[in-house]
Every structure is written in structure tokens, then in C-alpha cells.
Ligand binder design. Structure first.
Ligand SMILES: Nc1ncnc2c1ncn2[C@@H]1O[C@H](COP(=O)(O)OP(=O)(O)OP(=O)(O)O)[C@@H](O)[C@H]1O
Ligand SMILES: [Mg+2]
Length: 258
């Protein structure tokens, strides 16, 4: 009887979704009981402890937490740069936990764009050439010029990194991350080395990519004000998710202040 009612409720929900055009959210990442322990000689460092989370397609997630709380460790496991000690992490239909190095390399190459605090551009290549390094090996890339246009650097394509400001270099790094049309954009303190105005410009670019391309974005920051632009904020502490806030009304980066 109960089963029957549940079924009907689900059916009703599906009907409502169909009528209103609201589609069922698709999980991009599912982590179950994820733990990561580093053995440093005699000392065990518990970087992550029993993390459970689901992240849905198109979400903008902000990861907040003090230094050492496990933010980068979590992002690196989701991005296939690191492996958990126990538990499981899945990206869409790919199980990441038991994957071989070659599988993880392919996963990163095909599905993930990374942006780090430091831009890691190749100084002897122009902006366009830095981005083309990725288009050369991607399956279905957009033209390098289009990626650079999306980050507002269409006029600077033939400049070298040393001719650009820090914020502009970070935007090249974002263009390089998105040119292969990744499903997810993982950003570890993308504004950490930038001043206020430049940092906001970079956040605007990440928000635009999330909105226009539907790319799921996870952004690590120490800056609690940035949480205002997220759909959901995960607070990490001591390797655990301590709290999760859903933003009913997210605000645009230009309206953030700190
Ligand atoms: N390769 C490693 N070897 C040993 N311990 C590590 C390693 N990487 C991270 N840790 C430890 O794991 C814990 C979590 O580190 P993590 O880098 O995930 O923190 P974080 O939240 O990103 O911090 P921050 O804000 O300073 O970047 C820390 O105590 C850190 O010292
Ligand atoms: Mg970190």
C-alpha cells in the first residue's frame, strides 16, 4: 500500500516536472564515505573523513573551510588527480576509485577543466597557443579564439603571458580549461593571487561559463563572500562536511563585496 502511494507520488512529481518543464536533476559526482589518510612517517594525517555528497549537473558549488580542512584533497579526488584511501567517488557513469592511472588520465582529459591559484601558462607561447595545446588533444574542442572570447580576451590572443596582468593570465587559464568543453570546471582558489577587482572579473567569467555552457563548477575559496554566488555551499572542517547551505537567491559576482 505504502509502496503504491510512493509510486503515485513519484508519478505525480514526474507529471508536474513534465508539465512545468522542470527536468530531474542529474548527478554528476557521487561520493560515498570518502576518506583520505596520509601516512607521514609515524603520523597519520586524516585529510578527509567519511565525506558523502552528490553534485548535480549545472550546479555552482562553493567549497569553504579553513586551511587544512581538506578542500583541495576533495577537489583533487573528484578531478582524478588523487585517490581516496577508502570509500568511493563516481563521475556520471565512471567509477573513479578503482580506476587505473591511464583511465584517470583519460577521465581528466575528456571531462575535467582545472583552474588553480597560479596560472601555469607556458611563457614562450602566446595566449592562443597556450589554449591550442589543449585543442590539439581534445575530442570536440571549441576554437581557441572562441574560448578566449568567452573570457573577454579576444583582443589579446597573440600576446604572451608576460604582457598580461595576473587576472588576464588567470582568464587565459580558464579559457584553456574550458576549450575542450569539459562537463566540470574545478577551481582551487582561482582568485587567491588576485586583487579585489580582478578577482571579481575572474569570478564573473567562471559564473558565465557555468550559466552559458551549463558546466558544473566547483570553486574552492577562503572568501566567505563568494558563497553568495553559489547554488550550494559546502563547509568543510577537519576533513568533514560540517554544513551545507542552499542559496535560494544567488547573486551575481558583480554584486558581491568583501
Ligand atoms: N601530499 C600530502 N601529504 C601529507 N599530508 C597532506 C598532503 N596533502 C594534504 N595533506 C594534509 O591533508 C590535510 C588537508 O589538506 P588540503 O590541502 O586538502 O587542505 P585545504 O583545505 O585545501 O587547505 P588550504 O586552504 O590551506 O589550501 C592537511 O592537514 C594537509 O597537511
Ligand atoms: Mg587547498
Amino acid at each position: 500500500m505504502l509502496h503504491c502511494r510512493k509510486h503515485n507520488a513519484q508519478q505525480d512529481m514526474n507529471d508536474i516536472r513534465e508539465e512545468t518543464g522542470i527536468s530531474t536533476p542529474t548527478a554528476v559526482f557521487i561520493a560515498k564515505d570518502l576518506s583520505k589518510t596520509y601516512q607521514m612517517g609515524e603520523v597519520q594525517v586524516r585529510a578527509l573523513q567519511d565525506v558523502n555528497l552528490t553534485i548535480y549537473r549545472g550546479e555552482f558549488i562553493v567549497l569553504l573551510g579553513p586551511s587544512g580542512s581538506g578542500k583541495s584533497t576533495l577537489l583533487n579526488i573528484l578531478g582524478g588527480l588523487d585517490r581516496p584511501s577508502s570509500g568511493s567517488a563516481r563521475f556520471a557513469e565512471h567509477e573513479l576509485t578503482g580506476a587505473s592511472d591511464a583511465d584517470l588520465t583519460r577521465y581528466r582529459r575528456e571531462h575535467v577543466g582545472f583552474v588553480f591559484q597560479f596560472y601555469n601558462l607556458i611563457p614562450s607561447l602566446t595566449c592562443r597557443e597556450n589554449v591550442e595545446l589543449v585543442t590539439d588533444i581534445a575530442h570536440n574542442p571549441m576554437p581557441a579564439a572562441e574560448a578566449l572570447r568567452m573570457v573577454g580576451l579576444e583582443d589579446r590572443m597573440d600576446h604572451f603571458p608576460s604582457q598580461l596582468s595576473g587576472g588576464e593570465q588567470q582568464r587565459v587559464a580558464i579559457a584553456r580549461a574550458i576549450v575542450k568543453r569539459p562537463e566540470v570546471l574545478l577551481c582551487d582558489e582561482p582568485t587567491g593571487a588576485l586583487d579585489y577587482v580582478t578577482g571579481k572579473l575572474v569570478l564573473e567569467v567562471i559564473e558565465r561559463i557555468n550559466r552559458e555552457l551549463g558546466t558544473t563548477a566547483i570553486v574552492i575559496t577562503h572568501n566567505a563572500a563568494i558563497a553568495g554566488m553559489a547554488d550550494r555551499v559546502l563547509h568543510l572542517g577537519g576533513g568533514r562536511i560540517q554544513r551545507e547551505d542552499v542559496n535560494p537567491h544567488k547573486i551575481s559576482p558583480s554584486e558581491l563585496s568583501w
